[in-house]
Design a protein around this ligand. Structure first.
Ligand code: SF4
Length: 258
């Protein structure tokens, strides 16, 4: 049987931010190669692989600091850094982040019950499936809370959670896992330890389901052949700007420097 097409919250968020960014990241082999030479890619992947390695052990409880740090050592990728010093600084920061991850997870366990760590989620959305992996799902009194750890952010607010399409997707998929239970989502900024929660009402999740399905259909049917990038605010900090600047239409819309 043919595998059903899938889209993840990361892919949908990427497309919303800039369709061309989605193209470079997920459709073009050129963009993937380009990304792999960037240090932040290697850094994020090292963190992710450390968590995955913990998951692959089949342990069901929360990760201990020692387990995570050992996995981080084993999975560390040293490619893409400008110098050995820069690599060492990133390595130290990664260890701090994972230590905080383990601490926060055990701290949270004292006011709720941890149901899942690194939990794969899936929801049918018509012709495609929404898939994702929740960092953690807790039960706090009667509420099921899906938690997402962010390594690149220091500040988070409840409005950030409510407006974040990825968090809406995670809440949606978690509702299917625990039908009839109140659903909340929490963003946890690993660098600062700050966290924010939003409780999703049923009607809100129904609206999110409708919007996500429409968006996913649009992503899947996007015709890339004659699609040109357009300059926007995000370009200033986008790692793909050098690729987009090769497009004559894009280049002609950039402000001219005299
Ligand atoms: S440089 Fe701008 S247009 Fe190109 S992918 Fe990045 S954000 Fe999109």
């Amino acid at each position: 049987m043919a595998r059903r097409p899938t889209l993840s919250p990361s892919k949908l968020s990427c497309y919303l931010a800039c369709p061309h960014r989605y193209y470079w990241t997920y459709e073009s082999g050129q963009g993937q190669w380009f990304l792999k030479t960037r240090s932040y890619y290697a850094f994020g992947l090292s963190l992710h692989r450390a968590l995955e390695a913990f998951h692959a052990t089949g342990e069901t409880g929360l990760p201990s600091t020692e387990t995570l740090l050992a996995a981080f050592d084993e999975k560390w990728i040293d490619a893409g850094y400008a110098s050995a010093d820069e690599m060492q600084a990133a390595y130290g920061e990664g260890k701090e982040i994972l230590e905080r991850f383990a601490e926060s997870a055990s701290g949270a366990a004292s006011h709720g019950k941890v149901l899942h760590v690194e939990k794969s989620l899936r929801k049918e959305m018509g012709e495609w499936d929404l898939i994702g992996r929740a960092d953690r799902i807790d039960e706090v009194e009667d509420t099921i809370m899906v938690i997402d750890y962010k390594s690149g952010r220091t500040q988070v607010t409840p409005a950030d959670v409510a407006e974040d399409i990825a968090m809406g997707c995670y809440a949606l998929m978690t509702r299917d896992l625990y039908p009839g239970r109140p659903i909340a989502a929490t963003l946890y900024a690993l660098r600062s330890g700050e966290e924010a929660t939003h409780r999703f009402e049923d009607a809100e999740l129904d609206e999110i389901a409708f919007a996500v399905r429409e968006l996913g259909d649009r992503v899947r049917t996007h015709y890339w052949e004659e699609f040109h990038p357009r300059p926007k605010g995000l370009c200033a900090s986008c790692e793909f700007a050098v690729l987009c600047r090769r497009d004559p239409e894009y280049a002609s819309q950039l402000p001219q420097v005299s």
